[in-house]
Design a protein around this ligand. Structure first.
Ligand SMILES: CC(C)(COP(=O)(O)OP(=O)(O)OC[C@H]1O[C@@H](n2cnc3c(N)ncnc32)[C@H](O)[C@@H]1OP(=O)(O)O)[C@@H](O)C(=O)NCCC(=O)NCCS
Length: 238
């Protein structure tokens, strides 16, 4: 699997909206998304996943497994290994052919490999490049912005975060939170804390935020509609 994280841009809005409608009761208009994502005060990210890359990764793993027994038998004979290495350097065509044979074996093995081998996603192993991966699908998003607090200061506000059901519990939301927090801090160093509202019964989100350093604060009665529910305000000092 390759997870690619990017700053959200207007062409992401349709996918963000679709995921938002699948996962949350709080929905927004296209104009609202455009105003938020287009605002210099926003820090919004999307994460996309390419299942095709899962197969590529599985192929790499399979290649390693196929090559391993050969390496084990040859390491005992260092002279022979050295001769083989020298021959490979001297005759690159043969070396390429050998690799292709291994590759073919790997590809055959991949045909029977399960496609979804998700590992935990972090800022270190996600692809942060601007070059989009072909066929990647929207796995999650986070929308955050700057807002004024009651004392006239500025705070970061997490407006919405969601991860598609099949990609949950793999660190996507955590990584999206970290990206947004990092960008908010960098763009607006005057921010003292980040805040958000969360439904009182949204146990997974409450755990996610607590694990990421957000403290539960006051309750706002009937903050949500559809269904009506109280919200906790949660805050994380920066
Ligand atoms: C809440 C949500 C964004 C979490 O996304 P995610 O990518 O699965 O979260 P992560 O993998 O980063 O989880 C980090 C931690 O949060 C907690 N957590 C997340 N989902 C949980 C669940 N269903 N049950 C219990 N704990 C959960 C865990 O402590 C988890 O760490 P662990 O997997 O090591 O135990 C996702 O479930 C979702 O999109 N829900 C619907 C939309 C929503 O509620 N958004 C929040 C609105 S305020």
């Amino acid at each position: 699997m390759t997870a690619q994280i990017n700053i959200a841009i207007p062409t992401d809005i349709a996918d963000i909206d679709a995921l938002n409608r699948q996962t949350l009761a709080e929905n927004y208009s296209t104009d609202w998304y455009q105003a938020l994502i287009g605002s210099p005060q926003s820090c919004c990210f999307v994460v996309r996943v390419s299942e095709k890359k899962v197969e590529a990764e599985a192929a790499a793993e399979t290649i390693k497994k196929i090559e391993q027994p050969v390496a084990t038998t040859t390491t005992t004979d260092t002279t022979a290994t050295q001769e083989k290495e020298e021959a490979a350097v001297a005759t690159p065509t043969e070396a390429t052919e050998a690799t292709e044979t291994t590759q073919e074996k790997a590809e055959a093995a991949v045909a029977t490999t399960a496609p979804s081998m998700l590992t935990r996603v972090t800022q270190d192993n996600a692809n942060m490049s601007d070059k989009p991966i072909d066929d990647a699908e929207m796995a999650g998003y986070i929308l955050t912005t700057l807002q004024n607090d009651s004392k006239g200061g500025v705070v970061g506000n997490i407006v919405s975060v969601a991860v598609a059901a099949k990609y949950r519990r793999h660190g996507f939301a955590t990584t999206l939170l970290q990206c947004a927090e990092g960008m908010l801090k960098e763009k607006f160093p005057e921010i003292k804390y980040i805040m958000l509202h969360v439904r009182k019964q949204n146990k997974s989100a409450l755990k996610l935020y607590a694990k990421n350093g957000y403290n539960r604060g006051t309750i706002v009665r009937a903050y949500y509609s559809n269904p009506v529910e109280d919200a906790f305000i949660m805050k994380k000092p920066l």
